[in-house]
Design a protein around this ligand. Structure first.
Ligand SMILES: *Cc1c(COP(=O)(O)O)cnc(C)c1O
Length: 377
């Protein structure tokens, strides 16, 4: 290896990033080699060898034209995503122009704030919320303000709280998450409707982040059903969770075509690689297999929540593929004791609470066994 120049003596001469970036730590849930990784809400079941081979063939086919830029508009993929959503949520199929896709719903959200946030503009969220929202706001010079969700253990968000926060903060963008991360709480559609109505006179945008939408319990509707009657509503989804495709990086949204058109202005050219588009389309074509584990994960989630309740924990009712619970002992101590037993979970949420993703049956048993030792009653 060529010798690296020693840059340390020159630190004082290094340029300083702008305010907000200087000294900030990058997002990072630990990526550790553990037997039971239950910390980032992935689907624990990987693709079958047959599906992995089909994805490989699609990538190889795309590779034959990698000298060319990809389809900038990704219209075939957007059409496939629209068809999938129509079937999943029993809504009329959105047109490809009403669907947007990017590298994970993180990029989708970033683009939303690039187009609808910005200097002098405000985005509102409700705590406890997904840790990335304030970072998209920081990156786009959008002011991030928050109001609180209802009290533990159910962290419900009601119409009165949402409309009061909108009246107080006069936001340009409101982000509601359903089911919410890290609490698992799904939203009543009345709350979504009320938020959209409160925002309409100020021409504000309502984003409903449904990253965990496919895990919701029977009878819990998706905000997608409100789209035809709610012009200022955006519903975001991802292939990272239920779809078991976190490694491919594909997130998407449905909204009025004019909203999608604003995102087309701020997106970087050719943001979705030809390989990503081919892989995502193949995965969508095989969705029966990929989503085949969702029913099992929902059952395991319910069993896990019930187990934690039986142990005497406070447990947030979950419509997602994770469960937030309050530990008996200090949460950092419990986290470390679990990790020492090969079980990686997440220290997140209000003080005293921990979040565990639903894993395979084997993962879930390992978690229960380790918790018995790490956090005895
Ligand atoms: C995991 C998650 C996402 C999805 O992120 P991707 O970039 O699509 O992998 C979005 N929102 C919430 C609340 C999440 O928990």
């Amino acid at each position: 290896m060529p010798a690296q120049p020693d840059l340390r003596p020159d630190v004082a001469a290094l340029p300083i990033p702008r305010e907000g970036i200087a000294g900030a730590a990058p997002y990072g849930a630990p990526q550790l080699e553990v037997a039971h990784a239950l910390n980032v809400n992935e689907n624990p079941y990987g693709p079958s060898p047959e599906l992995a081979a089909a994805i490989g063939r699609a990538a190889a086919e795309a590779a034959t034209t990698l000298n060319r830029y990809p389809d900038r508009e990704a219209l075939d993929l957007r059409a496939d995503l629209g068809e999938y959503l129509a079937a999943e949520s029993h809504i009329p199929a959105p047109t490809p122009e009403q669907v947007w896709a990017a590298n994970g719903s993180n990029e989708v959200m970033h683009q939303l704030l690039l187009a609808y946030g910005g200097p002098g503009r405000t985005a509102l969220g409700f705590t406890p919320h997904y840790s990335m929202y304030p970072e998209y706001a920081r990156d786009t010079y959008t002011a991030w303000v928050t109001a609180e969700r209802g009290p533990a253990p159910d962290f419900t968000l009601d119409t009165a709280a949402v409309t009061a926060a909108i009246a107080e903060h006069d936001p340009d963008v409101v982000v509601l998450t359903s089911p919410n991360n890290p609490t698992g709480t799904a939203l009543d559609l009345e709350v979504v409707r009320a938020a959209a109505q409160a925002l309409a006179p100020r021409r504000g945008l309502l984003v409903v982040d449904e990253a965990y939408g496919e895990f919701r319990r029977d009878g819990v509707p998706s905000a997608l059903t409100l789209l035809p009657t709610t012009p200022n509503l955006v519903v975001t989804r991802t292939m990272s969770k239920a779809f078991a495709l976190a490694g491919a990086r594909l997130g998407y949204l449905v909204a009025h075509q004019d909203i999608v058109d604003a995102l087309r202005v701020v997106r970087l050219p050719y943001h979705l690689s030809a390989v990503t588009q081919a892989v995502a389309r193949t995965a969508l074509a095989h969705r029966k297999e990929l989503l085949g584990t969702v029913a099992l994960l929902r059952r395991e989630r319910d069993a896990l929540a019930e187990h934690l309740i039986q142990r005497g924990h406070d447990v947030a009712p979950s419509d997602a593929n994770f469960v937030l619970f309050r530990s008996f002992a200090d949460r950092q101590y419990v986290f470390e004791q679990l990790l020492a037993r090969g079980v990686l979970i997440r220290v997140v949420g209000p003080d005293g609470w921990l979040r565990v993703s639903v894993g395979t049956e084997e993962d879930n048993i390992a978690f229960r066994t380790a918790l018995q030792e790490a956090d005895p009653r």
